[in-house]
Design a protein. Structure first.
Length: 329
């Protein structure tokens, strides 16, 4: 398990886990400090800002396991420069160290070329301007724009470093609800590596040469031609649940990137047809998040209720399933 420590006036410090022996320095660094991109970390290694056992190293150098790592990230590279905006936030838990919120669907997390304003970062900076001094305004993990649910934000550098370490060590419990196409008969585990699609750079894909990715899922509720799944992330790759479920031929309802054309069940009620046609995002909701409090070590568990659009979709699926059973279909 990686150990990561920090001080506001000192470089970030970590220790390479023994299990990483034989891997590239830049790859291990990316797992120890996932708040920074791999390309940026590689550049810092080359510039001498990342030391391995007190010595400079190359990105491709292999680690033995157990070495001390010191990362001196330039302050201007870690601070956030965005406009603070008064955007309402649904806060589930808050103290001096962390903030846990329920992100609505449609809200972009980070500002970008197409979304310089109106993002979660803009809202966070309005609520707490001190977050501008933290990497990614304290955000340690993100949700896709059209995925709703619970997220944790660090309010201090110490909390940020501790939460990143927990994520890297796979100690954070992340549970999602997903409505998928097909009536599954049992749960299971998707253990398939994920990386960028070889031709479409917008998408991710299951690839033999990708990064390990594991999603556990079990049935929460079964309908005539759909299933409500409870998905637990063991790893946290981009679009992981969406990619894994599409790979298993059970894509998430409404997923524009991985689900393909809308599939209407034969004989579906008018209400269900309308609900499926009107659902314009992936039916994916981050339901529960549990982590150790970065200051006290006590467990923090928060859950976000289903948003209205997913609740209405499930109501339509239940009613259609009941009507078919009553009619003997």
């Amino acid at each position: 398990m990686p150990e990561v420590h920090s001080d506001k006036n000192e470089p970030l410090q970590a220790r390479v886990p023994e299990s990483a022996a034989g891997r590239r320095f830049d790859a291990v660094l990316a797992e120890l400090f996932p708040q920074h991109s791999r390309s940026r970390l590689s550049a810092w290694i080359k510039a001498g800002n990342a030391l391995l056992d007190g010595m400079t190293a190359r990105p491709r150098d292999l680690v033995r396991g157990g070495e001390a790592v010191e990362l001196d990230a330039p302050a201007e590279e870690t601070q956030v420069h965005a406009v603070a905006q008064d955007i309402p936030l649904d806060v589930l838990y808050e103290d001096d160290h962390v903030l846990v919120l329920d992100k609505p669907p449609g809200l972009v997390v980070h500002p970008g070329a197409g979304n310089p304003e109106g993002t979660l970062v803009n809202a966070l900076l309005y609520r707490d301007p001190r977050l501008a001094a933290l990497p990614r305004a304290g955000i340690v993990h993100r949700l896709d724009k059209d995925t709703s649910g619970v997220m944790v934000v660090a309010r201090t550098l110490e909390a940020h470093t501790a939460l990143v370490a927990q994520l890297s060590a796979r100690e954070v419990h992340r549970q999602y609800l997903a409505v998928v196409v097909g009536a599954l008969v049992s749960g299971g585990t998707a253990d398939a590596a994920i990386d960028r699609h070889p031709r479409d750079r917008i998408r991710m894909a299951v690839r033999e040469d990708g990064r390990d990715a594991v999603t556990h899922f079990r049935l929460r509720e079964r309908f005539h031609a759909h299933t409500l799944l409870e998905c637990r992330l063991e790893t946290g790759r981009t679009h992981q649940i969406r990619v894994h479920m599409a790979h298993l031929k059970h894509p998430i309802v409404g997923d524009p990137l991985y689900g393909g054309p809308l599939r209407l069940p034969r004989g579906a009620s008018e209400a269900l047809v309308a609900a499926l046609r009107g659902f314009r995002r992936q039916a994916l909701h981050a339901e529960t998040l549990e982590f150790r409090h970065p200051a006290t070590g006590a467990p923090v568990r928060t859950s976000a209720p289903l948003p209205e659009d997913m609740r209405l979709l499930l109501d339509a699926l239940r009613e259609d399933t009941r009507a078919r059973a009553a009619a003997g279909r």
